[in-house]
Design a protein around this ligand. Structure first.
Ligand code: PMP
Length: 368
């Protein structure tokens, strides 16, 4: 039996091999007599799972040794508070707004520090990528925040800004929730990266934080201890009980990622090449179509989340019903923007995108 293709924006599809491994290990992990869910986070079994997951992620994303990898709870939205609690020193932070998620981030940060909007694409409905040369950075922000892939509006930074070249010494904070592990990261430009796991890493409940060591130890007094990056780092993410099953599932996903090959490439490079091919296939179809359209400027189009609209929106329900009948699930756009959205994270194979394109074409023909 083949499973349907699941285009959910998150919680999203998990590679079938990962689900199968988890299923086979559910009752008895590696002869331990325990499910991973039943293990002490301080026992040798779970510590080995954690250490392997951390090492695999460090290798896959080429995380330099002066960065800590933290496995936390709270999701992306909690990080919108945790970052200013840890980095703002109660002063000010700059935000680049490119869609709903960075908008939410700057609103939340206002509870903890002053906020300055350095650039925003709100005027064009979050469909463009403001060029870094046009950003109005403030004199001494404690950090600069951006969302490197806007999950709802489908706007992605294909290159991170070089803040130093813009005359700014502040660390860059990126919310990479919805494209983490889909491409390489230029760590020389990043101070902190955070993301929820439920798109590309595993089930909801696990939050990944990658932080440059020199940024630890500046938390405000009011910062909850469990969210103080320094305490979390000092305790190998076990200051409080970490989301153990999520870490295990992410670990299986990292091993799956390492096994991927594509045209002579392996691991993350293979995945990135495949993601480029998947996104190209879908955008090329949408762009030549008379029925569907994607509004995002070419240089800011996301490889992961591809929103599109039908020119005649009265067809939306029929479109979605037909998609479901073809085994193409969860294509409805976010409720705040309507329309459709295909989220094509790492777990979506090229064949799944091809099946979607075939359906888009057939549906358009029935309307001709
Ligand atoms: N940031 C981005 C880019 C997201 O896509 C999401 C969730 N869709 C969030 C933050 C919020 O994540 P959570 O619901 O895990 O708090």
């Amino acid at each position: 039996m083949t499973r349907p293709y699941n285009f959910s924006a998150g919680p999203a599809a998990i590679p079938e091999e990962v689900l199968q491994t988890a299923a086979s290990e559910m009752l008895d992990w590696h002869g331990s007599g325990m499910s991973v869910m039943e293990m002490s986070h301080r026992g040798k079994e779970f510590i080995s799972i954690y250490e392997q997951a951390e090492a695999d992620l460090r290798e896959l994303l080429a995380v330099p040794s002066n960065f800590k990898i933290l496995f936390m709870q709270g999701g992306g939205l909690a990080e919108n508070a945790i970052v200013p609690l840890n980095l703002s020193r109660g002063a000010s932070a700059d935000f680049v707004v490119t869609g709903s998620w960075s908008q939410k981030s700057q609103k939340e940060a206002r509870k903890y520090c002053e906020v300055h909007i350095a650039a925003s694409n709100e005027a064009d409905g979050h469909t463009s990528l403001p060029a870094p040369s046009s950003w109005q950075l403030s004199a001494k922000p404690s950090y600069v925040h951006l969302c490197s892939n806007e999950t709802i509006h489908g706007v992605e930074f294909h290159e991170l800004p070089d803040l130093k070249a813009l005359g700014c010494d502040a660390p860059l904070v990126i919310d990479f929730s919805s494209h983490v592990a889909s491409r390489s990261v230029d760590w020389s430009r990043v101070g902190v990266a955070f993301g929820g796991a439920q798109k590309n890493l595993g089930p909801a409940g696990l939050t990944l934080v990658v932080i440059r060591e020199d940024l630890l130890g500046q938390a405000l007094k009011a910062c909850p201890s469990a969210f103080d990056y320094q305490l979390v780092a000092n305790n190998q993410s076990m200051y409080n009980t970490p989301p153990t099953y999520g870490i295990y599932m992410a670990g299986l996903t990292f091993q799956w990622l390492k096994r991927q090959t594509e045209g002579g490439l392996t691991g993350l490079a293979a995945m990135e090449a495949r993601n480029i091919a998947k996104a190209r296939l879908l955008y090329e179809f949408l762009d030549q179509s008379q029925l569907y359209s994607n509004p995002v400027a070419l240089d800011g189009r996301s490889r992961m989340n591809i929103p599109f609209r039908l020119r005649d929106e009265s067809l939306n329900d029929a479109f979605l019903a037909g998609a479901k009948a073809r085994g193409l699930l969860q294509l409805k756009g976010h409720k705040s923007v309507g329309g459709m959205r295909a989220s094509i994270y790492n777990a979506m194979p090229l064949a799944g995108v091809q099946a979607l394109v075939d359906y888009l074409r057939d549906f358009e023909q029935t309307q001709a």
